[in-house]
Design a binder for this molecule. Sequence first.
Ligand code: GDP
Ligand code: MG
Length: 173
Amino acid sequence: FLPHLVASMEEVEQTYIMIKPDGVQRGLVGEIISRFERKGFKLTGLKLFQCPKELAEEHYKDLQSKPFFPKLIDYITSGPVVFCIFANLVNCIYFGKAWEGVGVVASARKLIGATNPLNAEPGTIRGDLAVQTGRNVVHGSDSPDNGKREIGLWFNEGELCAWAAALEPWLVE
Ligand code: GDP
Ligand code: MG
Protein backbone atom coordinates (compact mmCIF):
# COMPACT_ATOMS: atom_id res chain seq x y z
CA PHE A 1 0.00 0.00 0.00
CA LEU A 2 1.48 3.32 -1.08
CA PRO A 3 -0.52 6.04 0.70
CA HIS A 4 1.53 8.90 -0.79
CA LEU A 5 0.47 7.81 -4.27
CA VAL A 6 -3.24 7.78 -3.55
CA ALA A 7 -4.71 11.07 -4.76
CA SER A 8 -7.16 13.00 -2.66
CA MET A 9 -10.56 11.51 -3.44
CA GLU A 10 -12.03 15.01 -3.74
CA GLU A 11 -10.30 15.43 -7.11
CA VAL A 12 -11.83 12.31 -8.48
CA GLU A 13 -15.20 11.74 -10.13
CA GLN A 14 -17.21 9.47 -7.90
CA THR A 15 -20.75 8.15 -7.98
CA TYR A 16 -23.14 7.42 -5.14
CA ILE A 17 -24.90 4.06 -5.53
CA MET A 18 -27.72 2.99 -3.21
CA ILE A 19 -29.26 -0.45 -3.03
CA LYS A 20 -32.85 0.33 -2.12
CA PRO A 21 -34.83 -1.57 0.55
CA ASP A 22 -36.24 -4.06 -2.00
CA GLY A 23 -32.71 -4.90 -3.16
CA VAL A 24 -31.63 -5.56 0.44
CA GLN A 25 -34.79 -7.60 1.24
CA ARG A 26 -34.36 -9.68 -1.92
CA GLY A 27 -30.74 -10.53 -1.10
CA LEU A 28 -29.35 -8.65 -4.11
CA VAL A 29 -26.67 -6.61 -2.31
CA GLY A 30 -23.78 -8.85 -3.40
CA GLU A 31 -25.11 -9.21 -6.94
CA ILE A 32 -25.47 -5.45 -7.44
CA ILE A 33 -22.15 -4.43 -5.88
CA SER A 34 -20.48 -7.20 -7.84
CA ARG A 35 -21.60 -5.68 -11.17
CA PHE A 36 -19.77 -2.42 -10.45
CA GLU A 37 -16.70 -4.27 -9.14
CA ARG A 38 -16.55 -6.52 -12.21
CA LYS A 39 -16.80 -3.51 -14.50
CA GLY A 40 -13.55 -2.27 -12.96
CA PHE A 41 -14.75 0.53 -10.70
CA LYS A 42 -13.19 0.95 -7.29
CA LEU A 43 -15.25 0.77 -4.11
CA THR A 44 -14.30 3.74 -1.90
CA GLY A 45 -17.13 3.75 0.67
CA LEU A 46 -19.78 1.29 1.96
CA LYS A 47 -22.56 1.39 4.58
CA LEU A 48 -25.78 -0.34 5.72
CA PHE A 49 -28.31 2.04 7.19
CA GLN A 50 -32.00 2.55 8.03
CA CYS A 51 -32.72 5.85 6.29
CA PRO A 52 -34.63 8.47 8.30
CA LYS A 53 -37.46 10.36 6.55
CA GLU A 54 -35.61 13.70 6.59
CA LEU A 55 -32.60 12.26 4.77
CA ALA A 56 -34.77 10.54 2.14
CA GLU A 57 -36.61 13.83 1.53
CA GLU A 58 -33.35 15.76 1.21
CA HIS A 59 -31.86 13.14 -1.13
CA TYR A 60 -34.89 13.26 -3.45
CA LYS A 61 -35.68 16.98 -2.97
CA ASP A 62 -35.75 17.58 -6.77
CA LEU A 63 -38.79 15.27 -6.98
CA GLN A 64 -40.71 16.96 -4.14
CA SER A 65 -43.50 18.19 -6.42
CA LYS A 66 -44.12 14.81 -8.07
CA PRO A 67 -47.33 12.95 -7.20
CA PHE A 68 -45.35 9.81 -6.32
CA PHE A 69 -43.05 11.64 -3.85
CA PRO A 70 -44.79 10.43 -0.62
CA LYS A 71 -44.76 6.84 -1.92
CA LEU A 72 -41.08 7.19 -2.86
CA ILE A 73 -40.18 8.36 0.66
CA ASP A 74 -42.17 5.47 2.22
CA TYR A 75 -40.34 3.05 -0.09
CA ILE A 76 -36.84 4.34 0.67
CA THR A 77 -37.47 4.38 4.44
CA SER A 78 -39.24 0.98 4.53
CA GLY A 79 -36.10 -0.97 5.47
CA PRO A 80 -32.33 -0.72 5.52
CA VAL A 81 -30.48 0.45 2.43
CA VAL A 82 -26.90 -0.32 1.46
CA PHE A 83 -25.00 2.49 -0.16
CA CYS A 84 -21.60 2.83 -1.59
CA ILE A 85 -19.27 5.01 -3.60
CA PHE A 86 -17.51 3.93 -6.74
CA ALA A 87 -14.64 5.74 -8.44
CA ASN A 88 -12.63 4.99 -11.53
CA LEU A 89 -9.52 6.75 -10.39
CA VAL A 90 -6.47 4.85 -11.39
CA ASN A 91 -3.44 5.27 -9.22
CA CYS A 92 -0.62 4.86 -11.69
CA ILE A 93 1.85 3.56 -9.18
CA TYR A 94 4.46 2.95 -11.87
CA PHE A 95 4.53 6.63 -12.80
CA GLY A 96 4.07 7.96 -9.30
CA LYS A 97 1.05 10.05 -10.16
CA ALA A 98 -2.69 9.69 -10.17
CA TRP A 99 -4.65 9.52 -13.40
CA GLU A 100 -8.08 10.94 -12.82
CA GLY A 101 -10.55 8.77 -14.60
CA VAL A 102 -13.83 10.38 -15.59
CA GLY A 103 -17.12 8.86 -16.60
CA VAL A 104 -17.99 6.68 -13.63
CA VAL A 105 -21.27 8.56 -13.06
CA ALA A 106 -22.60 8.13 -16.61
CA SER A 107 -21.26 4.59 -16.93
CA ALA A 108 -22.89 3.51 -13.65
CA ARG A 109 -26.23 4.87 -14.94
CA LYS A 110 -25.82 2.66 -18.02
CA LEU A 111 -25.12 -0.38 -15.85
CA ILE A 112 -28.24 0.46 -13.80
CA GLY A 113 -30.58 0.91 -16.79
CA ALA A 114 -33.78 2.91 -17.36
CA THR A 115 -35.90 4.14 -14.43
CA ASN A 116 -38.79 1.89 -15.48
CA PRO A 117 -37.38 -1.65 -15.31
CA LEU A 118 -39.75 -2.78 -18.08
CA ASN A 119 -37.90 -0.39 -20.41
CA ALA A 120 -34.44 -1.22 -19.06
CA GLU A 121 -32.27 -3.25 -21.43
CA PRO A 122 -31.48 -6.86 -20.53
CA GLY A 123 -27.97 -6.92 -19.09
CA THR A 124 -28.60 -3.85 -16.94
CA ILE A 125 -29.33 -4.21 -13.22
CA ARG A 126 -32.93 -3.02 -13.50
CA GLY A 127 -33.41 -4.87 -16.80
CA ASP A 128 -32.31 -8.14 -15.23
CA LEU A 129 -33.59 -7.83 -11.67
CA ALA A 130 -36.71 -5.65 -11.45
CA VAL A 131 -40.16 -5.11 -12.98
CA GLN A 132 -41.60 -1.87 -11.54
CA THR A 133 -40.48 1.78 -11.29
CA GLY A 134 -41.62 1.86 -7.66
CA ARG A 135 -39.38 -1.16 -6.88
CA ASN A 136 -36.37 -0.59 -9.10
CA VAL A 137 -33.75 -1.88 -6.60
CA VAL A 138 -30.97 0.64 -7.09
CA HIS A 139 -30.11 4.34 -7.28
CA GLY A 140 -27.16 5.99 -9.03
CA SER A 141 -26.16 9.67 -9.14
CA ASP A 142 -27.22 11.43 -12.37
CA SER A 143 -24.31 13.93 -12.59
CA PRO A 144 -20.84 14.39 -11.02
CA ASP A 145 -22.18 17.38 -9.04
CA ASN A 146 -25.09 15.35 -7.71
CA GLY A 147 -22.60 12.57 -6.93
CA LYS A 148 -20.70 14.98 -4.67
CA ARG A 149 -23.93 16.25 -3.10
CA GLU A 150 -25.21 12.73 -2.36
CA ILE A 151 -21.89 11.48 -1.00
CA GLY A 152 -21.83 14.50 1.34
CA LEU A 153 -25.38 13.72 2.44
CA TRP A 154 -24.95 10.01 3.18
CA PHE A 155 -21.34 9.75 4.37
CA ASN A 156 -19.53 11.42 7.24
CA GLU A 157 -16.00 12.72 6.98
CA GLY A 158 -13.46 9.96 7.49
CA GLU A 159 -15.75 7.21 6.17
CA LEU A 160 -14.37 7.30 2.63
CA CYS A 161 -11.42 5.11 1.91
CA ALA A 162 -8.86 6.03 -0.72
CA TRP A 163 -6.75 3.02 -1.60
CA ALA A 164 -4.43 1.80 -4.32
CA ALA A 165 -5.79 -1.31 -6.05
CA ALA A 166 -3.10 -3.71 -7.22
CA LEU A 167 -5.20 -4.61 -10.28
CA GLU A 168 -5.31 -1.11 -11.68
CA PRO A 169 -2.47 -1.47 -14.22
CA TRP A 170 -4.50 -4.39 -15.68
CA LEU A 171 -7.62 -2.26 -16.08
CA VAL A 172 -6.18 0.88 -17.71
CA GLU A 173 -3.16 1.52 -19.86
P1 GDP B 1 -33.71 7.43 -11.51
O1 GDP B 1 -32.69 8.54 -11.54
O2 GDP B 1 -33.62 6.51 -12.70
O3 GDP B 1 -33.70 6.65 -10.21
O4 GDP B 1 -35.16 8.10 -11.64
P2 GDP B 1 -35.73 9.51 -11.08
O5 GDP B 1 -34.64 10.36 -10.52
O6 GDP B 1 -36.61 10.07 -12.12
O7 GDP B 1 -36.68 9.03 -9.88
C1 GDP B 1 -36.12 8.61 -8.64
C2 GDP B 1 -36.87 7.40 -8.17
O8 GDP B 1 -38.22 7.73 -7.91
C3 GDP B 1 -36.95 6.25 -9.17
O9 GDP B 1 -35.79 5.45 -9.21
C4 GDP B 1 -38.15 5.50 -8.65
O10 GDP B 1 -37.81 4.70 -7.52
C5 GDP B 1 -39.06 6.64 -8.18
N1 GDP B 1 -40.00 7.00 -9.23
C6 GDP B 1 -39.77 7.75 -10.35
N2 GDP B 1 -40.88 7.87 -11.10
C7 GDP B 1 -41.85 7.18 -10.43
C8 GDP B 1 -43.24 6.93 -10.67
O11 GDP B 1 -43.81 7.38 -11.69
N3 GDP B 1 -43.91 6.18 -9.74
C9 GDP B 1 -43.30 5.69 -8.63
N4 GDP B 1 -44.02 4.95 -7.75
N5 GDP B 1 -41.99 5.90 -8.36
C10 GDP B 1 -41.28 6.64 -9.24
MG1 MG C 1 -32.55 10.32 -10.42
